[in-house]
Design a protein around this ligand. Structure first.
Ligand SMILES: [Zn+2]
Length: 204
């Protein structure tokens, strides 16, 4: 067993898994209302697989619901019609390109939490600017409760630096408890039934 696998195993043993529910929407308004291409969807799933592998190290897994037909209405600012959104999920909107009001810095991602009349947790991904680091970074803002405590945070220099450091450590195989702060979020659930066997049984 490699050191990385061993660390991941021990992490899973002592920390009950947290399931994060995601309501994924693929922009039906992209490419003149033709929606995202198969290649774009495949790119997104590659990023999601990467994110799942990274957060599995901290005992976090993802459960997906796909909501077809969603789009962004631009009325001076970008808004997703409420019928596509879910209160008890992270609402993940995937497009080819994001409006400047959502992604001013062209990082390919933005995350916001509930504020005022808007009660939803949201992440926007713009595939033209996103990289394989973008989706884990955006999830980190929800998981570390950045979007719950400072819903309009967007990209805050210090939060970005701190989260990227935690993500880096997680990629080295370290479980990050700060990402497990989300356990009581409306879109998260903790499961006690699926713990792995005790470490002693494999002779560590
Ligand atoms: Zn950020």
């Amino acid at each position: 067993m490699t050191r990385r696998a061993l660390l991941a195993f021990m992490t899973a043993r002592v920390r009950p898994p947290i399931t994060v529910r995601v309501n994924a929407m693929f922009d039906a308004g992209a490419h003149g209302n033709k929606g995202l291409t198969d290649a774009e969807r495949a790119t997104f799933w590659r990023y999601q697989t990467q994110a799942q592998q990274e957060f599995a190290t901290s005992g976090i897994r993802f459960e997906f619901k796909i909501t077809e037909g969603a789009f962004i209405r631009t009325q001076g600012y970008s808004v997703i019609p409420e019928k596509f959104l879910a209160r008890d999920m992270i609402n993940l909107f995937v497009s080819d390109f994001l409006g400047y009001d959502v992604d001013r810095d062209r990082t390919g991602g933005a995350s916001i939490g509930p504020r005022g009349y808007d009660r939803y947790f949201k992440t926007y991904i713009g595939l033209q600017h996103a990289t394989e680091r973008t989706l884990p970074h955006e999830y980190s803002h929800h998981l570390s409760l950045d979007t719950a405590t400072n819903p309009t945070l967007g990209h805050n220099f210090w939060a970005d630096l701190r989260n990227d450091y935690w993500l880096w450590r997680q990629r080295q195989g370290a479980a990050i408890d700060e990402f497990r702060r989300c356990a009581k979020s409306p879109w998260a659930a903790t499961s006690l039934q699926t713990r792995l066997p005790r470490a002693a049984s494999i002779g560590i």
